[in-house]
Every structure is written in structure tokens, then in C-alpha cells.
Ligand binder design. Structure first.
Ligand code: UD1
Length: 364
């Protein structure tokens, strides 16, 4: 059985890695790895292939950056050529990036079956490009692998037939479980001279937070207050770096003596930094889940989340973008620590096994 596994952007790599690895256990499965090149910087891509022991992609589409239409269109044109050559039985797409939706659209129109891993998540906020990608991909998919219970409800309400939906758990947690010990040996804490010191870890890249000067400034105001109490490590995403330069914020950043801005870091170093942090402030999707698994307090700088289980039973708390609220909630965590939390159902490191076994039993 020929299966095309698709990756494009940083948050895809840790989701495909366990699936790709699981498939190599079966002689009659031939995984073919396609990297669209949506993320192309060494630190956004190559480093992750190394850390996650992913094989070199069988096809690299090199699409790069652009407007949403440009990027999506380039992925579609290039992916169609691969699909024509490979005669695959199934493509597997993960997450909610432009590569996910673009490749699903191409495959479904060519009559190639589509499996979506991390199906059913909804923020109900269509100003997020990822929400559009999730809706489109789920509508086109033949196999919908769901990571948390809210996803089941969402898909049922949208009328997706029951036989297409499978509650298999969170594949990104497979990677976390698999690499936790190795990550523990990372030297990132001593490299950053953090050994034994408490610190907050920040990630930020959503267009709604960094593409407008005022919103970005408000968040920097909050970070400015927080770094008076605790050291902040901020591995900065290329988008946020670009906007920071464009808005002329470098001077402000330089004046914050306790805020350490660093380049994006690899998977193992990031897991180590996250698992030792006093708290994490983020607008990412996946980090809300990883902190819940690790029991690390997480403040999400968004008004909504497509991953409600992390708020309901995990360590996550939505703080939006109001600097006062961000600072107040940070202080509460610094004083009282994390709220009580649980690891959601089937976030157990075995999701890829369940997914591959369902594929083996269902795809002809
Ligand atoms: C993409 C995903 C987002 C995901 C994020 C993780 C979409 C719609 N968005 O957002 O869901 O959370 O990845 O990082 O698919 N850039 C570089 N080097 C790179 C990649 C990007 O410099 O390797 C810069 C470019 O200037 C580019 C900008 O970052 O224009 C944004 O990249 P893009 O892939 O469009 O979206 P992300 O913000 O990374």
C-alpha cells in the first residue's frame, strides 16, 4: 500500500514522525514523505528532521512563503505532479496549516483517499486561517483521526458520517513521550545560563498578535512588566522577528535586561526548555497540549482555543491580549503554581499505532 505522508510547516514534523516510524514496521506499507517547503529556514525545518529522526523527504516541493493564495496555489500545483507520479492509495495530512488544506484539496479531486490527523478541532473563529484549513480538510477527508473529545462533537454536528471518525488520541504527544528522555539531556539550560534559575518561556507568532503594531506593542508591554519579576526566554519565530524589525521594536527589546530573545530552537531543546519552565506564555496550538501533558502552567494569549480540553482539565488558561490580565495571571502562577490538571484520554504515546492499525484494516 502506497501512502503519502505530507509535512509543510514546523508543527507538522512532530506529528508525522511517529506515523512514519510506525509504518516502517510493516513491509507492505510504503510511506512516501512529501515536504512542501512551506517552512524552509534551517531552524524551522532541517533541525526538526534531525531531532525527530525523520528520513529525507522523498519529494521536496520548495514552495516557500507568500500570500495565502499564492502559497496554497503553489503547493497545489506542485503536489499534483507528485500525486500523478506516485499513484498513492492514501495521503495523510496533519494539523491545520496551508499545506494540510492544499494537499487535501488536490488528492480528494483526484479520487485519492485523504486521512486527516488532528481532525475536528474548532476555534469557531474564522478570522484564523487555520480554522478555514481545518474546516476544508475535515470536509474533504475520508478518515478523520481525532485527538480530543471536543473534536468528535464538532464533526458530528457538522454531519460527518460516523464511520469516517476515529478517536485515536494525540499523535504529537507520541513524539513528546518518545523524546522526553533524550530532550532531558539537552544542554540548552546551561547554554542560556539558566541552570537552577526560574524562567518563563514565551512563543508568539499569530498574525492577530504580531501583524499589527498596537497589538504587538501591548504584548511587549506585558512582557516588560513580567521580566521585572522573572527571566523570560523568547525564541522568536521568523514572522515575529520580521514584524518586530518593521515596527522598530528592537530598541524596546534591548532595554529589557531580563528578556532574552533567541533564534528559533530545535525540538529537543524546546522540550527541555518547556519542561523546566515556571510557566509558558504562548499563542501556539500545540504548546497548549504539550504543557498540559507536562503539567507546566500555560497562559494562552488568544481569546479562544480549538483545544478546549487543555483548559477544561489541563494546565491551560486563556488570557487574551490584555496586558493587565497577562501580568496578573502570570503573577498568580508565580505565587501559587499550576492549577490541578490531568492528562486527557488517549494522550498516551500510542496514537500512531492506533492510526496505522485503522489504516491497515480499512484502506483497500
Ligand atoms: C504557519 C501556520 C501556522 C503555524 C505556524 C507554526 C498557516 C496558515 N500557518 O504560520 O498555523 O502555527 O506555521 O510556525 O499555515 N518564514 C521564514 N522562514 C520560514 C518560514 C516562514 O522566514 O522557514 C517567514 C516568512 O517571512 C513568512 C512568515 O514567516 O512570510 C510566515 O510564514 P508562513 O508559513 O506563511 O506562516 P507562519 O506564521 O509560520
Amino acid at each position: 500500500m502506497k501512502i503519502i505522508n505530507v509535512v509543510g510547516a514546523r508543527p507538522n514534523f512532530m506529528k508525522i514522525a511517529p506515523i512514519q516510524r510506525e509504518m516502517t514496521k510493516y513491509d507492505h506499507l510504503q510511506p512516501f514523505l512529501v515536504h512542501t517547503g512551506q517552512h524552509y529556514d534551517e531552524k524551522m525545518s532541517k533541525l526538526f528532521f534531525q531531532d525527530l529522526e525523520l528520513p529525507q523527504p522523498d519529494a521536496y516541493l520548495g514552495v516557500g512563503s507568500g500570500t495565502h493564495a499564492e502559497q496554497t496555489a503553489r503547493i497545489m500545483v506542485e503536489f499534483e505532479k507528485v500525486l500523478d507520479q506516485q499513484k498513492a492509495d492514501l495521503i495523510i495530512v496533519v494539523g491545520d496549516v496551508n499545506s494540510t488544506a492544499a494537499c487535501s484539496l488536490v488528492a480528494s479531486k483526484k479520487g485519492v483517499k485523504v486521512a486527516h490527523v488532528e481532525a475536528g478541532l474548532r476555534s469557531f473563529d474564522r478570522t484564523m486561517p487555520e480554522e478555514i484549513n481545518r474546516i476544508v480538510t475535515d470536509a474533504l477527508s475520508d478518515y478523520l483521526f481525532v485527538s480530543e473529545k471536543s473534536g468528535l462533537e464538532n464533526l458530528r454536528k457538522e454531519g460527518i458520517p460516523e464511520h469516517k471518525i476515529f478517536f485515536t488520541g494525540n499523535v504529537m504527544i507520541d513524539s513528546l513521550v518518545y523524546y522526553l528522555n533524550k530532550a532531558d539531556k539537552s544542554s540548552i539550560l546551561s547554554d542560556l545560563r539558566l541552570d537552577g534559575y526560574p524562567y518563563a518561556l514565551i512563543t508568539l507568532h499569530r498574525p492577530s498578535n504580531v501583524d499589527q503594531k498596537e497589538s504587538y506593542q501591548r504584548l511587549l508591554d506585558a512582557f516588560s512588566k513580567i521580566q521585572e519579576r522573572i527571566k523570560i526566554i523568547f525564541p522568536i519565530h521568523p514572522r515575529s522577528r520580521k514584524m518586530l524589525n518593521q515596527f522598530g521594536f528592537q530598541h524596546h527589546i534591548d532595554s529589557l535586561k531580563n528578556l532574552i530573545l533567541i533564534d528559533p530552537i530545535g525540538y529537543l531543546d524546546f522540550i527541555k526548555l518547556m519542561s523546566e519552565a515556571a510557566l509558558v506564555l504562548t499563542d501556539s496550538g500545540g504548546i497548549q497540549e504539550e504543557t498540559t501533558y507536562l503539567g507546566i502552567p500555560c497562559l494562552t494569549m488568544r481569546e479562544n482555543t480549538e483545544r478546549p480540553v487543555t483548559v477544561d482539565i489541563g494546565t491551560n488558561f486563556l488570557v487574551g491580549s490584555d496586558p493587565h490580565k497577562i501580568v496578573t495571571e502570570t503573577n498568580k502562577i508565580l505565587i501559587h503554581g499550576s492549577k490541578p490538571s490531568q492528562v486527557p484520554e488517549l494522550w498516551d504515546g500510542h496514537t500512531a499505532e492506533r492510526i496505522v492499525s485503522i489504516i491497515l484494516g480499512n484502506v483497500q
